[in-house]
Design a protein around this ligand. Structure first.
Ligand SMILES: *Cc1c(COP(=O)(O)O)cnc(C)c1O
Length: 485
């Protein structure tokens, strides 16, 4: 299928090429020319996850052969046979666990597939250099996804003082002959700005090209990350059908802990493709720019930035919202371009009344502050015996608020990380004392409390050698790139 840019609907390019390219030359994001239909849902019931994902990918990547072999190898490394288990935790309430991949966060669902889509789309000429700036989860998932993938190299920049201990350890112990990890002195914005500057430096890109590499990105603006995420919404629906808990065509809700709007956008795409969805519930943490936008119809960056216990949602510029704006404006590329220009120049933009109405028919938005997030972890564990991580806890907390609207539709809470990935805040939420404990002691303690095993990936970290120790100033990021080529 062909894709178009949200800022210029004239030019069309194959989904496979768009995935190699990352972002459109006009700065827009690639979206499908139209939404394909997922077909009869009855046919999907009983399919294995990899087969279902291949079916969804095939609707977009019709020029890539043998997608099922591709998805099977992508999901083989997951530690749950079903890939993404759906668990019932209350009456009409379910959790979709998206963290059974190598890095224990939902980024694996797409980043296990993306490198394979890229290599299947590559031409004979150049190899690929993937550059990533990460606030924690994306970097590790991209490293795992691209580890030892032929004809690719990956370089991840992370802020020296901006990731959790667990996230840092996961990255600096990364194995693989083509993986590189460099700390940048500064915060996430510094690392991100440095990478963005490289992507728009045509002279430097030419230097990279001359060395035989094309530059690409593994961030969630890449369509090749969005497409695999559509599959798990359809999957969750099929699971509820299999359980006999819903009837064919019955509408359900999804609650999604949101940062860059990539995950929940995939749910919206699934709805556009025919999935019976009632409300998409967008859950934010204290960085509630999205909740404000949904309420007021104005997106404004004039606000404080908070560091929270759900760091992967600590975001002010929610990039994938641009794809939703494109739909809300009836695919008006000029209007989207104008809003993005306003955001850049004055830090805010607004949508009109009609667009806001459309928005409200599909979405509900809410947010939780830090103490509500902790309460959500504690009460869900005490009342339902289910332990949430700090991100999913935001979703569960917002769902609690949503329920007061009186809606009784069955609801799937999308769980984006294992609680073992954020052991300190999870234990503190449960009222436990963690003073003097290492993250491995904490993981052990969580295991005792929940009766679940410490994930092998975390146990292994304790004895893995640190392989990546380089720290650079932001001004030296280009040098770091050249060194690995
Ligand atoms: C990335 C991430 C999110 C936010 O997802 P978006 O697609 O950016 O909205 C939520 N939770 C966890 C654990 C994540 O890693």
């Amino acid at each position: 299928m062909k894709l178009i840019s949200t800022r210029n609907s004239g030019e069309r390019i194959e989904a496979s090429r768009a995935t190699l390219q990352g972002i459109a030359p006009d700065g827009g994001l690639y979206v499908p020319v139209s939404f394909p239909d997922i077909g009869a849902l009855g046919d999907i019931v009983g399919m294995h996850y990899a087969a279902l994902c291949a079916k969804v990918l095939g609707l977009f990547f019709d020029d890539i052969k043998d997608l099922e072999a591709l998805t099977q190898s992508a999901y083989r490394q997951f530690d749950d046979e079903s890939v993404a288990p759906v668990k019932k935790i209350g009456a009409g309430e379910y959790v979709l666990e998206l963290w059974h991949g190598p890095t224990l966060a939902f980024k694996d669902m797409a980043l296990s597939v993306l490198p394979r889509l890229m290599t299947a789309s590559m031409d004979k000429g150049r190899d690929i250099l993937i550059l990533v700036a990460t606030s924690g989860d994306t970097g590790k998932a991209a490293l795992e996804g691209f580890c030892d993938v032929e004809r690719t190299k990956i370089l991840v920049f992370y802020p020296d003082d901006g990731v959790s201990d667990m996230q840092r350890l996961q990255m600096v112990t990364q194995e693989g002959g083509n993986t590189h990890v460099v700390a940048v002195k500064g915060n996430f914005d510094d690392a991100q700005n440095g990478v963005k500057a490289i992507f728009t430096d045509s002279g430097f890109i030419k230097t990279i090209n001359d060395k035989g590499y094309g530059l690409s990105s593994a961030n969630s603006i890449n369509f090749g990350r969005l497409a695999p995420q559509i599959a798990y919404y359809i999957w969750a629906y099929a699971r509820l059908l299999t359980y006999g808990d819903i009837s064919l065509g019955e509408k359900i809700n999804f609650v999604v802990p949101t940062g860059n709007f990539g995950n929940i956008l995939a749910a919206y795409y699934a709805k556009k493709m025919g999935l019976p969805v009632n409300k998409l519930i967008c859950a934010s943490n204290k960085n509630n720019v999205l909740a404000d936008f949904f309420k007021k119809g104005e997106y404004s960056l004039k606000r404080a930035f908070y560091k929270t216990m759900s760091p992967s949602m600590d975001i002010l510029i929610s990039s994938n919202l641009e794809r939703l704006l494109f739909e809300l404006t009836d695919r008006d590329a000029a209007a989207v371009t104008d809003m993005m220009r306003r955001l850049k120049e004055s830090g805010a933009y607004a949508i009109d009344g009609q667009a806001k109405k459309t928005l409200e028919s599909d979405f509900y938005a809410g947010w939780c502050d830090e103490s509500e997030t902790m309460d959500s972890i504690k009460s869900t564990f005490e009342e339902k015996g289910y332990l949430l991580d700090t991100h999913t806890a935001v979703a569960a907390g917002v769902y609690g608020k949503y329920k007061k609207t009186g809606d009784t539709a069955k609801t799937v809470i999308v769980s984006t990380a294992s609680p073992y990935k954020f052991p300190e805040d999870v234990l503190l939420s449960l009222g436990e004392d963690v003073s003097g404990m290492s993250i491995f002691d904490m993981a052990q303690k969580l295991s005792g409390i929940t009766g679940t095993a410490v994930p092998a990936q975390i146990k292994a970290l304790e004895s893995m050698p640190v392989l990546h120790t380089r720290v650079v100033e932001t001004g030296a990021m280009r040098d770091a790139v050249l060194r690995i080529l």
